[in-house]
Design a protein around this ligand. Structure first.
Ligand code: FES
Ligand code: FES
Length: 166
């Protein structure tokens, strides 16, 4: 039985297509077939959040999703946060607030936070903690990540305000 299938998806605005085994996970497709290794693989059980990406704008764990399920989708990964040479405000805030140490969990945190701010630019502390609670970091103790989120929210609000003022 032929278990291969040709799929196509847009990742960070670029079209990728390949013939894959239907059992290939989305994270493996992104890392191996697309060469986008910014998305990390930790538990491979949907628990740690290291593999979080955006699928049609929704944060999902790409280790428990099959690549064929994302056929024809729009995907955003951490590589797409800052397409130019300037850091995205979330990345800048993580750097300034020491929101990372080893960095293994960081791409997943950033994509979850990006989705949260995209949905609600002014989240409460509880909403932020709820999102952070779904991601596992073994290094930072979360305080600096929380500070980085607050800083990123301020930076993005300031950037939006100045864009609106022209
Ligand atoms: S690697 Fe996907 S949730 Fe841990
Ligand atoms: S910075 Fe090391 S696991 Fe989060």
């Amino acid at each position: 039985m032929d278990t291969t299938r040709k799929i196509q998806m847009n990742v960070n605005g670029t079209s990728y297509s390949d013939e894959i085994d239907v059992r290939t996970t989305l994270v493996d497709f992104l890392r191996v077939n697309c060469g986008l290794t910014g998305t990390h693989v930790g538990c491979e059980h949907g628990v740690c959040g290291a593999c979080t990406i955006l699928w049609n704008g929704n944060a999902v764990r790409s280790c428990i999703m099959l690549a064929v399920q994302a056929d024809g989708s729009e995907i955003s990964t951490v590589e797409g946060l800052a397409p130019g040479s300037e850091l995205h405000p979330i990345q800048q805030a993580f750097m300034e607030e020491h929101g990372l140490q080893c960095g293994f969990c960081t791409p997943g945190f950033m994509m979850s936070i990006y989705e949260m701010i995209s949905r609600n630019p002014d989240p409460s502390d509880e909403e932020i903690k709820d999102v952070l609670g779904g991601q596992i970091c073994r290094c930072t103790g979360y305080q600096t990540i929380f500070k980085a989120v607050r800083s990123a929210i301020d930076k993005m609000a300031a950037a939006n305000k100045s864009a609106a003022q022209g």
